[in-house]
Design a protein around this ligand. Sequence first.
Ligand code: BGC
Length: 381
Amino acid sequence: MDMSRRTVIAGAAAAGVTAALSGTAHATGGIKPVKELFGRLADGTEVYRWSLENGGTRMKVLSYGGIVQSLELPDRRGRYANVSLGFGTIEDYVSSSPYFGALIGRYGNRIDRGRFTLDGTTYQLSVNDGDHSLHGGAQGFDKRVWDVQPFRRGSDVGLRLRHTSADGEMGYPGTLKAEVTYTLTRSGDWRIDYEATTDKPTVCNLTSHVYFNLAGEGSGTVYDHELSIAASRYTPVDAGLIPTGELAKVAGTPFDFRRTKTVGEDIRDAHQQLLYGKGIDHNWVLDKGITARPEHVATLRDPRSGRTMKIATTEPGLQFYSGNFLDGTLVGSGGRIYRQGDALCLETQHFPDSPNQPSFPSTVLRPGQTYRSTTVHSFGA
Ligand code: BGC
């Protein structure tokens, strides 16, 4: 926890803004997750919502899709807001969610025409985005009910989410056993650890699809948020948002976030890539590459509230999506309409369409290997 965060929490408790924080969460190093019934799927399956809190960060997670339904953070004066877009009911998540807060698998982002060849066999995946397969296909990990186990370990609290994806599910080869751990640390960091194993050669690329608005969901666009990304290159796409294979330099383009600038500064630049994405919807090639431990790659700050988020990851890529397809047709959890640019996603991942791009870092997972990926979100104000 940085000092500014410590000050905020002390200030919040002193001001009596939150009773929970001043006692339990802090002195004991977090509240053990508690669950409540959130709703039922059409077939009667119960969906639970887990609430957890530690170090000033509060989170609500659904067993459906591992969805972060709410992420509450204090601002510089200790006032809480939910900084993630979402819905209030399971029906809305099932019928119309653009992956709000969800776990994404088996493959984050697009695979060209939903097809790839591995060890001489061509696989046809579920196609759900024009001609392409997006975020694991029509019934991806975001639409599965996960087995959720709470834990408390030292000063950490968290949830262990498990899902077994059957051989051939959505067209992917191999039984994939996935385990994702959400941890809230005593300093209020949110850490995600992903693991997966397979019984046949396959591809795997897991991520999290939280839509962040550090000023609070439903409060307007994120165009005034300040962002930096430690990446000198990005992967340009074609009109269908499939990477061309090039690792293009960000220098001199709207994609240069090496020095902090606002999200909105260049978003209306008449750059062909922004036309394709209807804004920013691209993968940044992180300068650090794949690392054994999470390394810092991006910082987001809302100047109005003072809330900040730093992202560290083991992954080589970061998909920055500026909420371009939010079109005013969805009503969010706070009862307000979501419009274009009202949030952004920063999805740590391997690059889109890697199974068809031999020059990209490999996403192949073989029996006996364990897929591992870690991302840490650190908050402050
Ligand atoms: C993709 C977008 C897509 C969005 C779904 C992002 O990860 O890059 O193209 O529309 O997810 O909401």
